[in-house]
Design a protein. Structure first.
Length: 307
């Protein structure tokens, strides 16, 4: 992947080889185009209905997206974030809410956060008494977490790193499972690492949510195809967890704290006239960076216990 300058959007090269892959949920090779009008190369499994991207680049090319520019670029509506580091206070507030919910099912113990990014979540978890570790395919974010917070973080994928089996009380994956080349392998690996009765909790866009169905090809969950390569529903995610030794204990749709300006930008994808009206009000009142908790009910969090 070519080196990018600040602000540029990370993209997979157009000339890389893309290959078809079988359904990650049932293994079927039967597929048909899904929502082809959005141009993202989505297909739907002809056997179980799972939606994913095929053909697509190999894992090395997919992981190359997550350099420093992924966390700071000018096209966050397409890929990555406009300024992830600047949004630290909001990410921490969101993390606190998620930790409170997680602790309804498991007391603080040893936690592994998969896709830990710059470590804001696990830093909040450590303050609540968790023994924390994190991993990420982004060397930039792993280094940031180590240098700024002294956290134990590892560079690599969950399936490539060595961890002690049965050593963890909780594994979390926030907005991760839709990015990885083999989500079933990630869930199986999480099951291996958890002690009996341990908990996995993950969040991902819900392709069967009402906003997704109403918005169609304009749904904000349909990001650059090389970033989101799998699109889960509650049904498909539950099946994957059940098949790998978990019992689902809670399903809910969640939101996060975001600057009002980001909420307005996302709203503009569906209702441009309303976004323009909000922008006028923001400028008049100086509220662009005012944080609000927004739950559009199109991100699902599923928590499951290892049998």
């Amino acid at each position: 992947m070519a080196k990018l300058t600040a602000g540029e959007s990370p993209r997979v090269r157009e000339d890389v080889v893309r290959r078809h892959v079988p359904c990650n949920l049932c293994g079927s090779q039967v597929r048909q185009p899904y929502c082809p009008e959005n141009g993202l190369g989505l297909v739907q499994c002809g056997n179980c209905g799972f939606v994913y991207v095929s053909p697509r680049p190999d894992a090395e090319e997919l992981y190359a997206l997550y350099g420093e520019t992924y966390f700071h670029n000018n096209e966050s509506g397409v890929v990555g974030y406009s300024n992830y580091i600047k949004d630290e206070p909001n990410i921490r507030r969101t993390s606190q809410r998620r930790l409170k919910h997680l602790e309804q099912f498991i007391q603080p113990g040893k936690l592994l956060d998969v896709g830990c990014a710059t470590g804001f979540f696990i830093d909040e978890a450590s303050k609540r008494g968790w023994q924390v570790e994190g991993l990420d395919v982004s060397s930039f974010s792993v280094r940031y977490a180590q240098e700024h917070f002294g956290l134990t973080t590892y560079h690599g994928s969950l399936t490539s790193l060595n961890f002690e089996a049965g050593a963890y009380d909780a594994v979390t994956m926030w907005d991760v499972i839709e990015h990885v080349p083999d989500p079933a392998a990630y869930v199986r690996r999480a099951a291996e690492l958890l002690r009996s009765g341990g908990v996995i909790s993950l969040a991902t866009p819900d392709i069967d949510s009402l906003p997704a169905r109403l918005a169609g090809r304009r749904w904000v969950g349909y990001k650059l195809s090389e970033e989101h390569v799998y699109y889960f529903s509650v049904q498909s995610l539950t099946r994957m967890l059940n098949d790998t030794g978990f019992d689902v204990v809670n399903v809910r749709h969640i939101g996060k704290y975001v600057p009002l300006s980001l909420f307005r930008d996302r709203l503009g994808m569906y209702f441009p006239w309303l976004a323009k009206a909000l922008q006028v009000g923001e400028k008049a009142l100086g509220l662009s960076e005012w944080a609000v908790y927004i739950n559009p009910f199109d991100i699902v969090q599923v928590t499951a216990r290892k049998r």
